[in-house]
Design a protein around this ligand. Structure first.
Ligand code: HEC
Length: 132
């Protein structure tokens, strides 16, 4: 007996849809690639989420092109502002009229809990280890 290609394709489509629906019901909505030590190590989290714009060690990117963000190391706002003010920049981003720097920088994006789960820990890292 010859299988009909149309029917076979339909069968495969149904099987694929059914199995992915089954998998999706049990999976978390966001899947993040596992990064070694990400959940314990705030330097890794910083490297993952922030360093492309703010530099590997917080030195900023003004030495390079494109310029993507100001230095966070030695930055008086990062060193002295209350944690809540820094948390607000991370959670809300900084765009439009709130921007303080020049126009060659992009906007500072907002990071929700799916990207920065422990914002207190990250701010503690920015104000201490990153400043060393
Ligand atoms: C796409 C690039 C980009 C990424 C990624 C990024 N930032 Fe920014 N960030 C900026 C820019 C640009 C500014 C400056 C915006 C302005 O005020 O003009 C900024 C500003 C800041 C400020 C305020 C600095 C100041 O002097 O006022 C903090 C704090 C900060 N970012 C922290 C972070 C942290 C923490 C992360 C990672 C979770 C991060 N940023 C990721 C681009 C980025």
């Amino acid at each position: 007996m010859k299988a009909k290609p149309g029917l076979m394709a339909l069968g495969m489509f149904i099987a694929a849809t059914a199995s992915s629906a089954w998998v999706m019901a049990d999976e978390p909505r966001y899947k993040t690639a596992p990064v070694a030590g990400e959940h314990q190590n705030f330097r890794n989290l910083y490297k993952l989420r922030c360093s492309t714009c703010h530099g590997e060690n917080g030195e900023g990117t003004d030495h390079d092109w494109p310029r993507t963000g100001p230095a966070l190391k030695g930055n008086p706002f990062v060193q002295r502002a209350p944690a809540a003010a820094i948390i607000s920049v991370i959670r809300m981003g900084r765009t439009g009229e709130q921007r303080l720097y020049h126009e060659s920088y992009p906007n500072m994006p907002a990071f929700g809990a799916e990207a920065v789960f422990d914002v207190d820990g990250l701010v503690n890292f920015l104000q201490n280890d990153l400043q060393k």
